[in-house]
Design a protein around this ligand. Structure first.
Ligand SMILES: [Fe+2]
Length: 320
């Protein structure tokens, strides 16, 4: 049976979470985890203004990006469960795990040391309850945020893996290996790992099989991961992904949406988790801010462009 070429989806692009309070989220990512604020903008979908905050390395390169929708002001809460990305992990040097454990604990964050899929992990939570992990990786060559509060040699390199909770693996195994160009590379108890592109940190998609877990919510609600985006090199490859998925029967693969800094298509996978295939714009995050001003001011998405000042006042000015 035909499968999508493994070169189409090369690695993670960004992960997007629905968190709670915007200032709490901003402080957690920039002050505790030491990521750079790469862009402050607003969600492109819907009529209710919601911040879209991007955190990453110096220029916000693909697979360094954690992005959030802080939705506390909407009152919507997520229901955790099956069919969601249940946690995600960040890559940091193996030698930095002791530093990170102490850093998190000193800030009142509970840390659990564990091992999954042969990797040492520090599990902890975002203040809104979303599960994070830092995984020790020996050979991650991605550039970290170099001007933040965490020394460069100890700093997070980017996303490492996501983990989707599913009731059964078979439909998702077919999706990953035929429709998403992945390779099944590891099994550990009820965990299964797939790698994309060249493999390694920043390309992993894990599943935990939990047959008795009730379904989680898919809406924009506080306390859950909303979707995972994967990088495709160009629009031709993106069209090929969409065409291939539609040919498999995934006719709900979305049309291309311009997200200001990249173009995206979305597909609801058989597991329930929402995946995105993303082409970065050539000028990326530099299209509306200079390199030395990245992530400082709020860049307003098109549907709200006439009411910037009022919206920022309503959502709250984010303090560094
Ligand atoms: Fe996205």
């Amino acid at each position: 049976m035909a499968a999508l070429p493994g070169s189409a989806l090369s690695r993670h692009h960004h992960i997007t979470l629905c968190t709670g309070d915007a200032q709490e989220d901003y402080t957690f990512h920039t002050k505790v985890l030491g990521l750079k604020s790469v862009k402050k903008t607003l969600l492109y979908d819907g009529q209710v203004p919601i911040y879209h905050l991007y955190y990453g390395n110096d220029m916000g390169e693909e697979s360094s990006l954690v992005t959030t929708f802080p939705v506390k002001h909407t009152g919507a809460k997520a229901r955790r469960g099956s069919g969601q990305i249940t946690y995600f992990s960040l890559s940091a040097p193996q030698s930095s795990l002791k530093f990170w454990k102490e850093r998190l604990q000193q800030r009142g964050i509970a840390v659990q040391e564990t091992e999954r899929l042969g990797e040492r992990c520090l599990d902890f939570k975002h203040p809104c309850g979303i599960d994070y992990s830092i995984v020790g990786v020996a050979d991650d060559t991605r550039a970290p945020h170099s001007q933040g509060p965490v020394p460069r040699d100890l700093m997070i390199r980017g996303t490492h893996s996501i983990c989707v909770s599913c009731r059964e693996l078979e439909p998702m195994d077919e999706f990953m290996q035929r429709g998403w160009g992945g390779r099944r590379i590891a099994d550990d108890r009820n965990y299964v790992r797939y790698a994309l592109g060249r493999g390694g940190s920043g390309t992993y998609v894990d599943f935990v099989v939990e047959p008795n877990l009730a379904a989680g919510s898919w809406t924009l609600g506080e306390g859950a991961v909303h979707h995972m985006a994967f990088q495709v090199p160009d629009h031709r490859a993106q069209d090929a992904v969409k065409g291939f998925l539609e040919g498999m029967g995934f006719t709900d693969t979305s049309d291309v949406k311009d997200r200001g800094y990249f173009d995206s298509i979305y597909v609801r996978t058989p597991s329930g988790a929402l995946f995105e295939a993303t082409v970065s714009h050539q000028d990326g995050f530099l299209c509306d801010e200079a390199a030395d001003r990245l992530g400082q001011e709020v860049m307003v998405s098109p549907q709200f462009k006439d009411s910037r000042e009022a919206l920022v006042a309503q959502l709250g000015v984010l303090r560094n």
